[in-house]
Ligand binder design. Sequence first.
Ligand code: FE
Ligand code: FE
Ligand code: ZN
Length: 277
Amino acid sequence: MYFGCHLSASRGYCAMIRQAMAMDADTFAFFTRNPRGSRSKKEDPTDSTAAVQMLRLGNFGPVVAHGAYTMNLCTAKPEDRAFAAEILADDLRRMAAIPGNFYNIHPGSHVGQGTEQGIEQIAQALRRAMEPDYPVVVLLETMAGKGSEVGSRFEELRAILDAVGRDDLGVCLDTCHVYDAGYDIKNDLDGVLEEFDRVIGLKRLKALHLNDTKNPFCSHKDRHEKIGEGFLGEETFARIVHHPKLWGKPMILETPNELDGYTREIALLRALHNNFI
Ligand code: FE
Ligand code: FE
Ligand code: ZN
């Protein structure tokens, strides 16, 4: 099991790794570019080369980069879609500088075009952007089903995986989102994981986002809460960090916290995992 949180990428990979180590984290997440815009940082090969070493020596699990929220692969206007696809391709190329890690994206919002059309457009963008033998695994995030988001049903993610047809495409399960989408991980974690396995296949599950939720079951709102302070509650996370089917996966916090709050939550997850609580 690897635990970490979302960190600022503004000072580069090595700075994030040092920050993660200081927090007793052995994975982390970061935005590949300004989350709201599309600007990305200048690449720094010295930083990425050192980072690859540091990640290995520090026994880190895969890190889980996050694509920009604004990157919508199934937006209605063809020129906007082409721009999103360009960003995707550029991000994947950048991720190749730190091989073997994960790049997570929100599949997209179909903005009234319909789920089927959305799925086709997302799959097309991925097919074009993912080069053969790229050293990065792309993850589709399970979504809350806010607005016209694609990917709140496991079946929709399965359809994208099928349409892309590549083994290096996986899924990142966000605990707040799946609960919001109507998968009851609070009362039936086993059942949800069985359904995930039946529909998508557990071998596709590569990482988790651990977030509590400000809203009750099936709200489709997507508002994260601190671990134990929302509707999921600490016990749900205790079961998650103990679940044999989830062993060895990077688990990333995206809770409303500053660094000290994240440090406490990482310690809490480790304690839950080690049965100290
Ligand atoms: Fe996300
Ligand atoms: Fe998430
Ligand atoms: Zn969210």
